[in-house]
Structures are given as structure tokens and as C-alpha cells.
Write a protein that binds this ligand. Structure first.
Ligand code: ATP
Length: 236
């Protein structure tokens, strides 16, 4: 089943053409990476799919639902983790997940089950009972990932999920993503400018630069095609 279908998607911010007609499709259960340098249009693409931005042209569907005309349907299927996300600093990690689980319980899932899963994903041990304000960046990001995945969404849209983190926490986050794709069939759309990350994580990757998709393939295919040791060289 097709999880994401993007056709000739365009987005202008005033005179800035952030997306110049991109197209790609993602199958259910795939981990799909959007990779490119700063300003390539990655976050813009993710925000459109998360129903937070209206495209200027073209269209995008999530599990057959148009992200503009059927935004409510799309929102029931997705979790979105923005790049600069934060959690409520005055709550403990536990209180934060409990609060979120109660919000999400409107979807019909049990608060207890979501909370249990969230605590397990966060992997913070006893620190789950400390205030978020005392967490490192990596701990906060794991808590946010737990929030995003405890509902077991059909599609998780993650903007630079492991960027800027220490290797231990970055590894934990990547392992969680892989596990949820494999065991729960969650589809992932991930943006990154870390080539090693996408090589490790993604089934397929779209190379994006200046609002245009240059190529799509498995990390291995792209490395061979561009005769590059790692994907970073493709943009040089
Ligand atoms: P980064 O890794 O730096 O977040 P990105 O690939 O996610 O880069 P976008 O954030 O999608 O890129 O930005 C694409 C282009 O659109 C850039 O030129 C950026 O400056 C511009 N842009 C993004 N948001 C806005 C906005 N709200 N107003 C004006 N221009 C914007």
C-alpha cells in the first residue's frame, strides 16, 4: 500500500521558491529519507505532509487522503516531530507522557497502554520521574520520540530526529525507528543532512537540493551511481 504520494509539489514563501515541483512515493512500512543541505526544502516538505503548511502547487496524499482537503483524516494517521520541538519543562517525563497519552486517548487507544509503551521507548529509567528541565538534549529527544510513537501511528514524520545528539542517544533513536518499522509496520519519513545516518537507517532516500529532487534510490544504489564513498560527496 502507498503511504505517501507527492506529485509536483510546490511551495513559495513570497519570492522564495522552497519547493519547485517535487514528486516521490513511499510504501507502507518503509523508512524513507529526505536528505540534502540546509535550505533544500526538507522541513517544508515534512510540514506540508503534516498538514501544517498549504502547498502553492501540486498535491500530496497520506494513505490516500489529500493533505489539504482531508487534513483531519491525515492527522489521525500521523505523528510529527518538528526539528525544534521541546517538551514541557516543568513536568516530569512521566507526567509529560501521561498528559500526551490522555490527549491521544480520544483516538480510542488506552492511556495505560500508551503510557507503558511511551516509558519503554523513552528508555530513561528512573530519570522518567525527574523534571524535563533537567534532561540532556538526547534525553529530551528520546522523550519526544516516545510521545510520537506511543500511539503507533501509521506514518511518523521526523525532522532531523537524531541530529546534534551524542552517539549513544542517536543510536538509541535509530534503533527505535528501525524496530517500529519492522515490528509495527510504521512508515517513517525522515529528514537528515547526516549521510551516515540515512545509510544506516533508510530503505530508500531522496536527494533534495534547492527545492528539486535530484534522485531517489537505496543508499547503496545512489552510492554506486554517483561513485561516491558516502552520500555526502554527491552534493559536493
Ligand atoms: P534546514 O536543514 O536548514 O532546516 P531544509 O532543507 O529543511 O533546511 P526548509 O526549511 O524547508 O529547508 O527551507 C527551504 C527554503 O525556504 C529556504 O531557502 C528557507 O530559507 C526558506 N524558508 C523556509 N521557511 C520560510 C519562511 N517561513 N519564510 C520564508 N522563507 C522560508
Amino acid at each position: 500500500m502507498t503511504a505517501i504520494k507527492v506529485e509536483n509539489l510546490e511551495k513559495d514563501y513570497g519570492k522564495v521558491k522552497a519547493l519547485k515541483g517535487i514528486s516521490f512515493e513511499v510504501e507502507e512500512g518503509e523508512i524513507f529519507g529526505l536528505i540534502g543541505p540546509n535550505g533544500a526544502g526538507k522541513s517544508t516538505t515534512l510540514k506540508i505532509l503534516a498538514t501544517l503548511l498549504i502547498p502553492t502547487g501540486g498535491r500530496a496524499e497520506v494513505y490516500g487522503h489529500d493533505v489539504v482537503s482531508e487534513a483531519d483524516e491525515v492527522r489521525k494517521l500521523i505523528s510529527y516531530l518538528p526539528e525544534e520541538a521541546g517538551a514541557y519543562k516543568n513536568l516530569t517525563g512521566y507526567e509529560y507522557l501521561e498528559f500526551m497519552a490522555k490527549l491521544y486517548s480520544k483516538t480510542g487507544k488506552s492511556v495505560e497502554e500508551m503510557l507503558k509503551l511511551g516509558i519503554e521507548i523513552a528508555g530513561l529509567g528512573e530519570r522518567i520521574h525527574d523534571k524535563v528541565a533537567t534532561y540532556s538534549k538526547g534525553m529530551t529527544r528520546k522523550l519526544l520520540l516516545a510521545r510520537a510513537l506511543m500511539v503507533i501511528p501509521k506514518l511518523a514524520i521526523l525532522d532531523e530526529p537524531a541530529s546534534g545528539l551524542d552517539i549513544v542517544n542517536a543510536y538509541a533513536i535509530r534503533q527505535t525507528i528501525k524496530r517500529f518499522a519492522r515490528d509495527e509496520g510504521v512508515t517513517f519519513l525522515i529528514s537528515s543532512h547526516n549521510m551516515l545516518e540515512v545509510e544506516f537507517l533508510c530503505d530508500r532516500v531522496a536527494l533534495i537540493n534547492k527545492g528539486i529532487i535530484i534522485d531517489i534510490g537505496t543508499p547503496k544504489e545512489l552510492k554506486e551511481k554517483y561513485n561516491a564513498e558516502n552520500l555526502e560527496e554527491v552534493f559536493m
